[in-house]
Design a protein around this ligand. Structure first.
Ligand SMILES: O=c1ccn([C@@H]2O[C@H](COP(=O)(O)O)[C@@H](O)[C@H]2O)c(=O)[nH]1
Length: 266
């Protein structure tokens, strides 16, 4: 089962569209060991409410080698829990370097994972990521319209739509329900979701911005297909730090986000 099939299957079985983000900030902890233990506790406790888990690599890279070991432990724990892993790294570079990124994050122990990628260097630079994801059963999520207020500086004037059309072109080469090239569209842009859903009919949409960035579940239904699949809505701080380091509060937050997303689709 590839990444798109795994998250779609999990959405149907567990009735959840929530992507739990794990963005551990060192300043919230006594030390790296404490950060590791809490992050793994949140992962395990919220897994029943999650369609997938999304570690943001920046937070692990910030801790140096120790952080990368923690990231590997988080990915291994997710795999043990049967949770698809979406690595939020926003990689992108000239082709030969993109190939190395793809090898590092989409093959070997990360085979079957998904990776966020930045198309800013041109569509040709997506090829190594897409080819590697297809070969390893993984996926890529290309930045289309990011959740931050400043996205319009560079993503306006039809740029997001051009990227969306390239995703649709790439996905046309694949069979099946959802294909291996997904799209990042901020949950903070609810007015645009219906148009992007139509423009990229076979792309899984990743919608970051729920909770801490102000997006609410109630407006996100247009991102989904008629069967209630096709999109993953992510919340990181709103789950991991729902009430300080209180893990039961993280569980409650994940359950509430899941329920609110389901209510939006009802
Ligand atoms: O457009 C984007 C793409 C990625 N992100 C990432 O998602 C999480 C959001 O964290 P919250 O705490 O839920 O706000 C974070 O890792 C971002 O780097 C995004 O926010 N917007």
């Amino acid at each position: 089962m590839n990444f798109a099939q795994a998250v779609t299957d999990r959405t149907r079985r567990l009735n959840t569209r929530l992507c739990v983000g794990l963005d551990p900030r060192l300043d919230a902890y006594r030390d790296a060991a404490h950060l590791r233990a809490h992050t793994l506790d949140v992962l395990e406790a919220t897994a029943p409410y999650a369609a997938c888990v999304k570690p943001q690599l920046a937070f692990y890279e910030a801790l140096g080698l120790e952080g990368l070991h923690i990231l590997e432990d988080v990915c291994a724990a997710a795999r043990t829990l049967g949770l698809p892993v979406l690595l939020d790294a926003k990689r992108g570079d000239i082709g030969s370097t993109a190939q190395a990124y793809a090898q590092g994050w989409l093959t070997g122990r990360h085979a079957g994972a998904a990776l966020t990628v930045n198309p800013f260097l041109g569509f040709e630079t997506l090829t190594p990521f897409v080819d590697t994801a297809r070969a390893s059963g993984g996926a890529v999520f290309v930045l289309v319209k990011t959740s931050n207020p400043g996205q319009a500086d560079l993503q306006g004037n039809g740029v997001s739509e051009r990227v969306a059309d390239e995703i649709t072109r790439l996905n046309a080469a694949e069979d099946g329900e959802y294909a291996s090239v997904g799209a990042v569209v901020g949950a903070t842009h609810p007015q645009d979701l219906a148009a992007f859903r139509t423009r990229m009919p076979r792309a899984l949409l990743l919608l970051p911005g729920l909770g801490a960035q102000g997006a609410t579940a109630a407006q996100l239904a247009p991102a989904f297909d008629a069967g209630g699949t096709g999109a993953l809505v992510s919340a990181s701080r709103g789950v991991q730090y729902a009430r300080g380091l209180d893990v039961p509060a993280s569980v409650q937050a994940a359950r509430t986000f899941r329920d609110e997303l389901n209510a939006a689709l009802a």
